[in-house]
Design a protein around this ligand. Structure first.
Ligand code: ZN
Length: 150
């Protein structure tokens, strides 16, 4: 099986069987983002305590890349410290911009399967949407003082 085909299967699997699907009740932060270029929508809810993201839940609709990316992001980032998540987000963005080889970003787990997207600049926004929503949630939580204690 070629790597491209394998990646395609990983993306489809996340799209059809999304992890962490469904919004959380009583989240620490939530955020809804829309990508007008493609019509993708992501609603993200997170529970944060003691400097870590304990739980992530998302809902949304749109193309397979946007929804699969949200599922991958949630799976990778759930249970991690805020600082680690910021580093992962920066890595994912670098891969999407072609500034980092996907082989160097092994901590990104299944999200590496999206590396082919960088060849299609219009779709990069689809892949980034969930990560941007998470950044927004973390920024809001920081303002509220919830992510500061560790
Ligand atoms: Zn899209």
């Amino acid at each position: 099986m070629k790597l491209d085909d394998l990646y395609q299967e990983v993306i489809l699997d996340h799209y059809k069987n999304p992890r962490c699907h469904g919004c959380l009740a009583g989240p620490s932060a939530s955020c809804s983002l829309f990508n007008p270029l493609c019509g993708d929508q992501i609603q993200l809810t997170v529970k944060i305590s003691k400097g870590s993201v304990g739980e992530i839940g998302f809902a949304g609709h749109g193309c397979s890349i946007s929804q699969a990316s949200a599922s991958m992001m949630a799976e990778i980032c759930q249970g991690k410290g805020v600082k680690e998540i910021e580093a992962l987000t920066a890595q994912f963005r670098s891969v999407m911009r072609g500034e980092m080889a996907p082989e160097e970003a092994e901590k990104l787990g299944d999200a590496v399967a999206l590396e082919g997207v960088r060849k299609f600049s219009a779709r990069v926004k689809c892949a980034m949407l969930a990560w941007e929503a998470l950044e927004k949630c973390l920024a809001d939580a920081r303002l509220a003082g919830e992510a500061l204690q560790s």
